[in-house]
Design a protein around this ligand. Structure first.
Ligand code: GTP
Ligand code: MG
Length: 564
């Protein structure tokens, strides 16, 4: 490189559409192929995994002349894409045009030696650029023709609640607020690339013992409902090892097996594999800290922080149903744009009131909450999203997917799902969501998105949400009575808030719409000031809801059963 044309070739590769502060405005997942057909969930995942496979993560000094660094890197192969960001120092993620570029760069690296410290002889695609390797690197004087100011440093900090509230307050309608909330919180292309990169690094490590394994992300990193700062859920997919090569029946009918150790259950295998991988992460993998092996959990996992990406990671194995649930949520997110907007709003509302938490406990999980939003949208007239049973009926033969005897089949071709005739606005849907769950008969009924209708509860858990693919299980079994009571109470308060908003002249200075229902201060004032309500009709409606609280009856039943 070194010429201006070569320099601009590298520059073109930087993430486009970054705003002035380097934050990418939207989601850049390639949802359509070149012929205009919408890509399936699996196709998108494959593309992302390939991108990550030819990428490297590089730690570099803050003061480095970035354009010089890019020239240096492009000596090893053509660069497709790159971005700089800060996380425990300055890092850059570089995607080469092919795996050879990444490999050539790694081959040029050495294991460092420092006096008094002894290196682990482990090579990964996490590298460090030091001035010694690149004499002008620490210099602020770029020698390249590429203008240094054209190279952005991506801001990956989640937008603060204060900034969200102030931005949303300045808007004109609740509709605009919900749309803007998604824009401000959704994962950026840089976030998604980093998440796949961490999976790819883990995959390299696991493949040293189990060649043919894949490490895939699942959960909110890829279900289209993730916000910047959400955890990274990963699973070790051993199918390639277990079923990767077909048995060759040789002429004389001998069968050839690997001699392997046998354990008493698949769970024991998962625990053993995760235990070893946890040790490898802890001892060898650069930047993986705080490794905890939580192997006795219902779903055994290894939890750790990945410092180069600032991601909190949960690593599981053999969790194929979770991957299917992730695909299901993704598909629902694509069916109608109101789905994502409402889910983001409800998740933010719940988070702001402490109804959800990143620590596990008796509260509603984001997965359960999202399922509740989908159920509500199925119950609208006309329905905004189809039932899971309908999505099953649209599936092609190649979509059939049975996991441990459970039918997890769901249509993958998004073009086959017809759009809803429902024209309700986001303003209406937000109020109606709170109204729906403010008066839902939780004591009697379960929520079932397979059927799209409430069913009688098979047992007395306060909140019963039928597991989408394992119909005999309740995904909200952990939720206790008081958490459900808080949820219902806050939903009722939010209806009142949204229906009794004082007119404000522009620019609005007090919380309104979505920000009003997200504010715990206003919610508690509202509870205290209920006597001041002007509308007798609404007052009596809320009173009757409170008096006939089906929820209290549910709580009574549960306590009685526990006491007995
Ligand atoms: P965050 O709270 O933002 O992390 O949302 P999340 O959707 O990633 O949730 P979480 O990390 O708790 O779980 C990851 C994924 O596992 C979910 O998206 C689901 O696909 C799946 N999952 C979680 N809990 C359950 C459950 O109880 N049943 C089933 N079938 N899948 C679950
Ligand atoms: Mg998650």
């Amino acid at each position: 490189l070194g010429s201006s044309s070569a320099a601009s070739r590298v520059l073109d590769a930087s993430l486009s559409e970054a705003s002035d502060d380097g934050r990418c405005a939207g989601e850049h997942i390639p949802v359509r192929s070149s012929d205009g057909v919408r890509s399936t969930f699996v196709e998108i995942q494959e593309k992302r995994m390939q991108q990550a496979d030819r990428s490297v993560l590089i730690s570099c000094p803050k003061s480095i002349a970035k354009s010089n660094l890019l020239q240096f890197l492009s000596n090893h192969g053509q660069i497709n894409n790159y971005f700089f960001y800060e996380s425990y120092g300055m890092y850059m993620l570089v995607e080469f045009a092919d795996r050879n570029g990444a490999q050539a760069l790694c081959d040029a690296g050495c294991i460092p030696h420092t006096k008094g410290e002894f290196p682990m002889p482990f090579r990964s695609r996490v590298l460090a650029i030091r001035p010694r390797m690149f004499p002008n690197a620490a210099s602020a004087q770029p020698t390249s023709m590429m203008p240094e100011t054209d190279i952005h440093i991506i801001n990956r900090e989640p937008v603060s609640n204060k900034d969200i509230i102030s931005r949303l307050n300045s808007l004109e309608s609740t509709e605009q607020q919900l749309r803007t909330l998604v824009d401000m919180q959704q994962l950026t292309d840089a976030d998604v690339r980093l998440r796949f990169m961490v999976c790819s690094l883990l995959q390299d490590m696991c493949a040293t013992i189990f060649p043919g394994t894949l490490v895939r992300p699942f959960g909110s990193s890829i279900n289209s409902f993730g916000h910047t700062g959400c955890d990274l859920d990963m699973l070790l997919d051993l199918d390639g090892v277990l079923f990767g090569n077909k048995r060759h029946v040789v002429k004389n009918n001998f069968e050839l097996d690997y001699q392997v150790k046998m354990l008493s259950s698949e769970r024991s295998v998962t625990q053993s594999v995760l235990s070893v991988m946890g040790e490898c992460l802890d001892y060898f993998s650069p930047g993986c800290v705080g490794v905890q092996k939580i192997l006795q959990a219902r779903c055994p996992l290894v939890r750790f922080s990945h410092q180069p990406s600032s991601l909190q990671c949960d690593f599981t194995a053999n969790n194929r149903i979770a991957l299917k649930s992730t695909e299901m949520l993704y598909i629902y997110g694509q069916v109608d744009e109101r789905v994502r907007q409402l889910v983001f709003a409800v998740r933010s509302w719940a988070r702001s009131h402490g109804l959800t938490s990143s620590i596990s406990g008796a509260w509603i999980t984001n997965f359960a909450l999202t399922t509740m939003v989908l159920f509500f949208l199925q119950k609208r007239s006309p329905a905004i999203v189809p039932t899971l049973e309908q999505l099953r009926k649209l599936a092609d033969p190649e979509d059939v997917h049975i996991v441990e005897g459970h039918d997890c089949t769901i249509v993958s071709n998004l073009e086959k799902i017809t759009s809803s005739q429902n024209t309700e606005t986001l303003d209406q849907l937000l109020v109606e969501f709170f109204n729906f769950y403010g008066s839902f008969s939780f004591s009697k009924h379960s929520i079932n998105i397979w059927k799209g209708s409430e069913q009688n509860k098979p047992e007395s858990s306060p909140l019963y949400i039928v597991n989408p693919f394992e119909h005999h299980l309740n995904i909200s079994k952990n939720v206790n009575v008081s958490q459900l009571e808080r949820f219902v109470q806050l939903a009722r308060n939010s209806v009142w808030q949204l229906q009794h908003q004082e007119e404000q002249s522009s620019p609005k200075t007090r919380p309104w719409g979505l920000t009003a229902v997200m504010s715990s201060q206003l919610q508690s004032n509202n509870t205290k000031g209920r006597g001041r309500m002007k509308s007798g009709e609404t007052l009596s409606k809320i009173r009757s809801l409170l008096e006939n609280s089906v929820l209290n009856k549910a709580g009574g039943n549960v306590r009685k059963m526990q006491g007995g």
